[in-house]
Ligand binder design. Structure first.
Ligand SMILES: [Zn+2]
Length: 132
């Protein structure tokens, strides 16, 4: 019933193709660009174009920019991240926070830190642009 060799998932195929083309995982690529001070809007366009092209060639589904930073982090990245990109921890539940852009209401268009446990935890924090 099941094939002997584990079939690679769509996601695994994309990650493999991305690494082959760019030399690192999508998340590492995105965080490096952010750490170098690249505008998030520009980066999201640049990344999505790249990801779609890679996915097209590898016949798999692209992991879009919006989902890249939601992926669980590889261990080797944690140290790198600590050095270049500080992610705050939710003061309410202790989970890592993620950078979001307001879709509506008072924060529309503004960047802020939201808890990764959202919607279970609705704690947010102002995002301050850091000069690197
Ligand atoms: Zn929280």
């Amino acid at each position: 019933m099941y094939p002997k060799r584990k079939v690679k998932s769509d996601r695994e195929r994309f990650l493999e193709a991305f690494k082959k083309k760019v030399g690192c995982a999508p998340e590492v690529y995105v965080r490096r660009k952010l750490a170098s001070g690249m505008n998030e809007e520009e980066l999201s366009k640049l990344y999505d174009m790249l990801a779609i092209e890679i996915a097209r060639r590898a016949s798999c589904t692209a992991i879009r920019y919006a989902d890249v930073l939601k992926t669980p982090e590889p261990k080797e990245l944690c140290m790198q991240k600590a050095a270049s990109f500080r992610v705050p921890v939710c003061e309410k539940c202790g989970a890592n926070m993620v950078l979001r852009t307001g879709q509506s209401g008072a924060r529309k268009g503004q960047r802020f830190w939201g808890c990764s446990n959202f919607p279970a935890c609705r704690y947010t924090k102002n995002y301050e642009e850091k000069k690197l």
